[in-house]
Design a protein. Structure first.
Length: 716
């Protein structure tokens, strides 16, 4: 099923409102604590959070935008077109390490793809407390599947325009479903409840899902050392500096919102008042009990699981470190420059406060924009290509290695009269990108309103710039190596197969999913005379430049022996002796096939290589049985017997390396049989079409653990 992106709209429309109402109903029906719907907008290849229920944007900010290729359950459900179920913290950490690191709480999760009937349009994500039974019940699965089918129909391109589901620019955040057991709301009972709370000797207060106090009794305010009026409407760790510095309250609050599990901790109100704090969450908020701690109780305990370090420095709160941890974990998985730029764009802007961003590197004496947000595209165009000596703030920051912060555009204009205004933006920060002592670029952050940069925030932003700079430096090195690998690989493999009358040919090469995009697999077809050709395929041990260089030597040796008419077995023997003399410390598998079009016969010899597949004109396909020969580079006296078989018009011979069939833990005979089945069922057509089909549907196509080469030969 293909993926289709949903048209984006500026404000939530009727379709989004209907989806939100259905989401609340679904969560109530299945007992989920947090839910979200991600959609694929038309204008960019990203999954965007469209509807959120049961949590705040502050908590989910790092996941408002997720790349469809990310190792995250939401895009995995979309890519695999199946339901993903994770039964708790241990399974989440094992299957999705980055998610486990940045959300170290115990909860259950499912992600389900949403399709409009023919195309994928997004994914549904639901979270439950670990008190939920293991796995989904039949009723829960049915309710979830019904919701996804309905959401898909709502997003279908043929749906009425007035009610069609469209992806908003920002998530549509909904209140959680009400508790299934509700209390009377009469004024007298509410007043009685307030009197009851005031009579308690222990402190009690109620937080909404955003962490703000909606009710607090006098005892709670006294124990926290603050007036009731100052506490109401505020987050406790923001209202009292010692709670922010202690960091435990915010850490436990986040754990309670995500995991929906009761928790408690002991902390100290300066100078020496020990307090015991209990949190009791549900879908509507968190009830908090506060009481003096017994003298024997230890203080400063960290949550289980330990979400964040105790005692954050310089006023940087748990939320900030949480976002920094998420970005750092994501950047460790970024390989090339495009990966880094995508992560910075998707995570920095929504999570750290700015509304626009321009990311630049220094190249040949000029600033070059490598990434920016659409909101400041005009500024990015202006900055791109600017001389480093121009004196503009972005260039000055890079030259001096010193950051610059401007609380408003007026402040920036006073310092730099030539500064260009970015429409809809006011404050601006210019951060140097420094890696290993070298400055490699500048990050420009733009804020919609006037923005003062306190000391703690400046420290966070500079740390953020440091993380980005290190990732950019690694990415540039990776890209350089990657380009070198591609150049070397393309230089060693044949640019085109020769034209041999009577043969229809096709070849493919694909590197392993991970690594340098280079390896030792090779193929060749050598025309000897108008009716004779030699086909060769082989695999040098390893995935590095040494393997590629040795591959070039082996291919040259095979070519030299073949052009003088040497039989297949002797070609392998001669190449084997060359490898023994070179002593590279690597072994090589190889298969040689001599094609005699006049006699319609072929001779084959193998040196430990997978057997070729032969598809007969009637479609019957089988491996060609060959005497096993020793890998090249082991024994100088090894012999390689030659086998001769007939060829009939319309027959197809498939030569391949083990990257087409080898999967750890699965018998290679099974995967070879599967490749043979695909060759047998491939539609009759050009060999290029058959090669594309085999490459796309091979047993190893989803996760290629080894380089894969394929050479197809059809006899006319």
């Amino acid at each position: 099923m293909r993926s289709r992106r949903v048209p984006s709209a500026a404000v939530p429309g009727a379709g989004l409102e209907r989806l939100g109402a259905a989401m609340v109903q679904l969560m109530s029906e299945v007992g989920a604590s947090v839910g979200g719907v991600y959609l694929l907008p038309e204008e960019e290849p990203v999954l965007k959070l469209a509807v959120l229920c049961g949590a705040t944007r502050q908590i989910v900010a790092p996941w408002e935008r997720i790349s469809p290729d990310d190792p995250h359950p939401v895009p995995v459900a979309l890519r695999s077109e199946r339901l993903v179920w994770l039964s708790g913290q241990e399974e989440i950490a094992r299957c999705y390490p980055r998610l486990g690191l940045t959300v170290p709480y115990d909860f259950m999760l499912t992600a389900v793809p949403i399709a409009d009937g023919t195309e994928l349009v997004g994914s549904l994500a639901l979270l439950w407390p670990v008190s939920h039974p293991e796995g989904l019940s039949d009723d829960e699965r049915e309710a979830i599947n019904d919701f996804c089918r309905w959401a898909g129909l709502l997003a279908h391109r043929d749906a009425p325009d007035r009610t069609r589901l469209r992806c908003p620019h920002e998530p549509h955040v909904l209140p959680p479903p009400p508790p299934k057991v509700s209390r009377p709301t009469a004024q007298e009972e509410a007043q009685a409840a307030a009197w009851f709370a005031e009579r308690l000797p222990t402190g009690c207060c109620s937080l909404d899902l955003d962490g703000r106090v909606v009710f607090a009794n006098a005892a709670a305010a006294d124990l926290l050392g603050i007036e009731v009026d100052e506490l109401k409407g505020a987050r406790p760790w923001e209202a009292q500096s010692w709670l922010r510095d202690d960091a435990l309250f915010e850490a436990y609050y986040r754990a309670a919102v995500i995991g929906r599990q009761p928790a408690s901790f002991t902390t100290v109100r300066p100078p020496d008042t020990a307090l015991k704090i209990h949190l009791h969450p549900d879908t509507s908020g968190i009830s908090v009990q506060i009481m003096p701690a017994r003298a024997e109780e230890p203080t400063g305990r960290t949550p289980r699981p330990d979400p964040l370090p105790h005692g954050t420095a310089d006023g940087a709160g748990v939320g900030t470190i949480y976002k920094m941890t998420h970005l750092a974990a994501a950047l460790t998985e970024a390989a090339g420059l495009d990966d880094v730029v995508g992560l910075v764009t998707d995570h920095v802007v929504p999570a750290f406060g700015p509304k626009g961003m321009v990311l630049m590197t220094a190249q040949e004496g000029r600033l070059r924009v490598v990434g920016s947000t659409e909101s400041v595209s005009g500024l990015a165009d202006y900055l791109d290509g600017t001389l480093l000596t121009s004196g503009i703030p972005a260039a000055r920051t890079l030259a001096s290695s010193r950051p610059q912060f401007f609380a408003s555009f007026a402040d920036l204009k006073r310092a730099y009269p030539q500064a260009v205004h970015a429409e809809g933006m006011d404050a601006r920060a210019f951060l140097p990108l420094i890696a290993s002592g070298n400055i490699i670029g500048t990050l420009v952050l733009n804020y919609a309103d006037a923005h003062h940069f306190p000391r703690a925030e400046r420290a966070v932003l500079l740390s953020l710039a440091g993380l980005i700079a290190q990732a950019l430096d690694r990415a540039r090195l990776y890209d350089a190596k990657h380009q070198l690998a591609r150049t070397l690989q393309s230089g060693l493999l044949p640019h085109a197969l020769p034209d041999v009358p009577g043969l229809d040919l096709a070849a493919r090469y694909q590197p392993a999913n991970r690594g340098m995009d280079i390896g030792g697999d090779f193929y060749d077809l050598i025309r000897i005379d108008p009716t004779t050709a030699i086909a060769a395929i082989g695999d040098v041990q390893g995935h590095h430049t040494t393997a590629a260089a040795l591959m070039g030597q082996v291919r040259t040796a095979v070519h030299a022996h073949a052009t003088i008419g040497t039989p297949p077995g002797d070609i392998l023997a001669g190449t084997n002796r060359l490898l023994i003399d070179l002593d590279p410390g690597l072994f090589v598998s190889c298969l040689i096939v001599r094609l005699d079009l006049t006699r319609r016969r072929t001779q084959l010899a193998t040196a430990g290589h997978p057997p070729p597949l032969l598809r007969h004109p009637d479609g019957r396909t089988e491996p060609v049985s060959l005497p096993a020969g020793l890998l090249l580079g082991i024994d100088p006296d090894a012999g390689y017997p030659t086998t001769e078989i007939p060829l009939t018009p319309g027959a197809v011979l498939a030569l391949y390396t083990d990257g087409m069939v080898e999967i750890p833990g699965i018998d290679i005979d099974e995967t070879t049989a599967e490749l043979a089945r695909q060759l047998a069922e491939a539609a009759d057509g050009t060999m290029d079409a058959v090669a594309d089909s085999l490459q796309k549907n091979a047993p190893t196509s989803e996760q290629r653990y080894d380089d894969a080469a394929l050479l197809l030969i059809r006899f006319g």
